[in-house]
Design a protein around this ligand. Structure first.
Ligand code: TTP
Ligand code: MG
Length: 397
C-alpha cells in the first residue's frame, strides 16, 4: 500500500440539498419536481433542483426561465439561506461526534478524517454508514457517502451512486474503481484540459495511466504531475479542519434593472443584516467588505475596503457597502448587487459577551438606519426591498 493511502477519509454530500430540505418541511412537495432559486419569471438562476426536476433536464445555475420551460409543472421556491445554514450546522454536529477533523467544503458537503476514530467507533465504513443513517433518522434527509483512503477517492465515491449512495473504495481496489471513470472526473481536469486529453486519445483514467510522468509534465506542467498521481489514486492532501470559509456573501438579482440609489441602499441593508447574522452564527468576523455590482450589460465591478479589525455587525457592513456604492456610477442601471465579507477569522468565546453587548447597540443603530431611510425616502422603500427578498408571500407554488 502506498504512503498516500493510509488514511481513512469519508466524504459526505447531501442530496439535492436545498430542495430536499424544502421537501422535508412540506410533505406535499415530496416526490414532486422542486426548483429552489426564486420565481420562474425572475431573472435569477436555479440554486438546485430536486431529482424529480433533474429528470426534465433542470440543473443548478440554469436560468429560472429555462427551468420553467423544461419543467413547467415544477414548484418554484425562494432560497431560504438561513434555514439551510441551520440544517448545515446540525449535520456538522453529527460529524463532530466521530472526529474533530472535519473540513466543510460548503453547507452540504464535508471531508472527515476518521483515521484516529476507528478504535472507538468501528471501521471507517461503519462510521460512514452510521453518519448516513443518523442524517436520515435525525434530520429526515438523505446524504451520499464515500469512504476511501484519501480525499480524491472519497469524493469520487460519494458522487458515484447519488442520490442516497454509499460507496466504499477498499485500498486494494483503487485501480479497478478508477480505471473506467471518464478523465473529466479527475481533480484539476476542466473542459480545456479534457479536450487536450481527448486529443491525445485519453478518455478514461485507464488511458491517462498509460502516459509517462515526463510526458505529462512536459505537456501539462505541474498539473501533469497531479494527473499522474491521481490516475493512480494517490492524493496526500490532508483534511484541514481548521479551515474556515473564505468569505460570506449574499447577492440579489433584480427582477427589473435598478438605477435608483434608494432601492439599492435598502437592498444593501437587507443583505448586510443577512450576512451579519450568518457570521455571528458561525462565530466569525471579517476584515474586508466587498461590494459587487453588475450592470444591465453584465459588466461587473467590485470594490473593497479592509478594516484593521474584523467585524460581524450588520450596520458596519451596511455602512461600508453603502460607502462603496457611492464610489460607483449609477448612470447605467444594475441587474445585480451583492456584498461579501472576506479575511475571516474566528471569534473567541471570551469575546462573545462583548459582541452580545455590541449587538444590542447595533440593533438600535440599525433601527435608526432604517428609520432614517424611511424618513428620507418614505416607508415604501423598505417594503420595496422586501419584495425583492425571499418572504413567505413570495413563494410560488
Ligand atoms: P451541490 O452539492 O452541488 O448540489 P445538491 O446538494 O443540490 O445536489 P447533489 O449533491 O445531490 O447533486 O450543492 C449544494 C447546495 O448548494 C445546493 O443544494 C444549492 C447550492 N448551490 C447553489 O446555490 N448554486 C449552485 O450552482 C450549486 C452547484 C449549488
Ligand atoms: Mg449536495
Amino acid at each position: 500500500m502506498s504512503e498516500f493511502n493510509q488514511r481513512k477519509i469519508i466524504h459526505v454530500d447531501m442530496d439535492a440539498f436545498y430542495a430536499s430540505v424544502e421537501q422535508r418541511d412540506d410533505p406535499s412537495l415530496r416526490g414532486k419536481p422542486v426548483i429552489v432559486g426564486g420565481r420562474p419569471n425572475s431573472r435569477g438562476v436555479v440554486s438546485t433542483a430536486s431529482y424529480e426536476a433533474r429528470k426534465a433536464g433542470v440543473h443548478s445555475a440554469m436560468p429560472l426561465a429555462e427551468a420553467k420551460r423544461r419543467c413547467p409543472q415544477a414548484f418554484f421556491l425562494p432560497v431560504n439561506g438561513r434555514k439551510y445554514r441551520e440544517v448545515s450546522l446540525q449535520i456538522r454536529a453529527i460529524f463532530s461526534t466521530y472526529t474533530p477533523m472535519v473540513e466543510p467544503l460548503s453547507l452540504d458537503e464535508a471531508f472527515l478524517d476518521v483515521t484516529g476514530s476507528t478504535s472507538l467507533f468501528g471501521s471507517a465504513e461503519t462510521i460512514g454508514m452510521t453518519i448516513k443513517e443518523r442524517i436520515q433518522n435525525e434530520l429526515d434527509l438523505t446524504a451520499s457517502v464515500g469512504v476511501a483512503s484519501n480525499k480524491f477517492l472519497a469524493k469520487l465515491a460519494s458522487d458515484l451512486r447519488k442520490p442516497n449512495g454509499f460507496v466504499v473504495v477498499p485500498s486494494d481496489q483503487v485501480q479497478a474503481f478508477l480505471d473506467p471513470l471518464p478523465v473529466e472526473r479527475v481533480w484539476g481536469v476542466g473542459k480545456k484540459t479534457a479536450e487536450r486529453l481527448y486529443g491525445l486519445d485519453v478518455k478514461t483514467v485507464k488511458d491517462l495511466r498509460q502516459l509517462e510522468l515526463t510526458y505529462l509534465t512536459k505537456r501539462f506542467g505541474t498539473l501533469g504531475h497531479q494527473l499522474y498521481q491521481l490516475a493512480r489514486g494517490r492524493d496526500d492532501r490532508p483534511v484541514e479542519s481548521g479551515r474556515e470559509a473564505k468569505s460570506v456573501g449574499r447577492e440579489k438579482t433584480f427582477a427589473l434593472d435598478v438605477a435608483d440609489r434608494e432601492v439599492l441602499e435598502a437592498v444593501l441593508l437587507e443583505l448586510a443584516c443577512d450576512i451579519g447574522q450568518s457570521l455571528r452564527q458561525e462565530k466569525l468576523t471579517g476584515k474586508t467588505i466587498t461590494l459587487k455590482a453588475r450592470y444591465d450589460d453584465f459588466r461587473t465591478l467590485s470594490r473593497s475596503h479592509t478594516f484593521p479589525e474584523g467585524t460581524n455587525l450588520d450596520d458596519v457592513i451596511y455602512h461600508e457597502a453603502n460607502a462603496l456604492l457611492h464610489g460607483i456610477s449609477l448612470k447605467q442601471p444594475l441587474r445585480l448587487i451583492g456584498i461579501s465579507v472576506h479575511q475571516l477569522s474566528g471569534v473567541l468565546e471570551s469575546q462573545l459577551a462583548l459582541f452580545d453587548e455590541k449587538r444590542e447597540e447595533d440593533k438600535q443603530k440599525l433601527a435608526a438606519v432604517t428609520d432614517k431611510l424611511k424618513a428620507r425616502y418614505g416607508a415604501k422603500i423598505i417594503t420595496r426591498a422586501r419584495l425583492l427578498k425571499r418572504s413567505p408571500e413570495n413563494e410560488i407554488r
